[in-house]
Design a protein around this ligand. Sequence first.
Ligand code: C2O
Ligand code: CU
Ligand code: CU
Length: 534
Amino acid sequence: MKRRAFLSGALSAATATLFARRAFAQDAGDAMHGMTDMPAMSGGMMQAQGPLAAADALPAGAPLAALRTLASQSREPGQFRATLVAQPAARALLRGKPQTVFWQYDALDALAATANDGPVIGPLIDVREGDTVEITFVNRLRQPSTIHWHGLPVPPDQDGNPSKPVAPGERHVYRFTLPQGSAGTYWYHPHPHMLSSEQVFRGLAGPFVVRAADDPLAAWPERHLFVSDLKLAADGTIPANGMMDWMNGREGQYVLVNGARQPHIEVVRDERWRVWNGCNARYLQLAFDDGRAFTQVGTDGGLLGAPRGGVTSLLLAPGERAELIVHVGQGASRASLIAAQYDRHKMAMTHGSLPAGPSLILANVGFAPAGAEQSALPSRLRPIAPLISSGSLTVPEKSVVFGEAMDMKAMHAPGASTQPTPRGMRFMVNGAVFDPARVTLASRRGQVEHWTIANGTDMDHPFHLHGTQFQVLARERGGVRKEEELLAWRDTVNVQHGETVHIATVQHEAGDRMFHCHILEHEDLGMMGTLRVS
Ligand code: C2O
Ligand code: CU
Ligand code: CU
């Protein structure tokens, strides 16, 4: 059925009014202003969630906090060994309200520190190409979890697949060696079956950087901006997903950078920034509000072939990362780093699409005037060989099609509202919801393949493939095909509604790899498949 109209007709007059009011409120762009949220899908679909905290209830303007670094317990060169515990951690966020309980990754020896104020974001794992990494994961949550090493070329059985859950109270050792050429900006987060969305929105996610011995930008001052999203109720709790969260992906009233609202950054000389979109569903159209340009030097899987200067806006879909060079000013100046308006065509409850939300301030930045000792950016960063030369493009070997179906009957059936995840909303790959027992696609290791990712829905979905970095070849829409000019290593690419993205990809190890939409609610609801590599 046409999902743009899937709810009309099935609702009581009272509920319809509630939905209509929400639609009106959305039109007024209130999503960021702490009005009443949608009825909750889980725990009572037609029960309204409590009111949200006001959009300015969290303090803003503190200096950008540095991320904690995970210390290695090993003294041996080339060995990184540590323990990561996933457990509840409380933070005093709202004045006069109980502390907010997040779920957090922490080092084992930092248990006393979890009661502190630092960012909830997991500690930075900072290693070098060639290192062997051994992480003992201790699950102190009340639900199964895993750690997935997003974007890293780790063996399939070490990658935190949903088929390998770590039970509450259990521990598990992940072990992998990072090959040459893997330097880049990655992250880690849980990937348990149908629980990834909740575990990430409650705080479980952390950055992972792999460095190359011959990094041409090694001498540059480096800054990390890990962007996350927070929906906070007025009573200080983090509410469960409501129906709109499941449908469009959860977006809270706060976007945080290194765990804080609108931090302040002073740029006194040109800096290398690594930016992560660790939000469940929020798209970040990165820009400065005065239109100033920056330089892009890297994507998910590391440096570009050459710097790309004069960039004034860069889209980071959920899960994506970028490396930027941010330049000091001609004179002293200030600007806001913003997530500019981006229309990803979110679904409305009644019919049609929601309008794009307003642009948001991520951070406020002061720029010093350019000094004398600015280092010049090298004109070449590293060689990138095309996996497939564009001249020899053949018929795609694999086709992935994102689809959606909304079933009103199931959504409103008796008992549907007591399910932990909504009934009747289907997010699919190649016509089917994820089934752990089914292999969706099969590949041979070492074989370079041309895939198409087609988005047959009316909403954008970011495609992510585990275990490798791929290259985007072309994007096709309405019969018009545009070759991709930027040769870059990625593990996540946005696929606009109605768009088909062509990629070249290769897997190097046998085993099962996941691929999915990185709007984590959609992943949990089944927009995921298994690639079996033999
Ligand atoms: Cu970052 Cu399978 O995900
Ligand atoms: Cu991943
Ligand atoms: Cu999606």
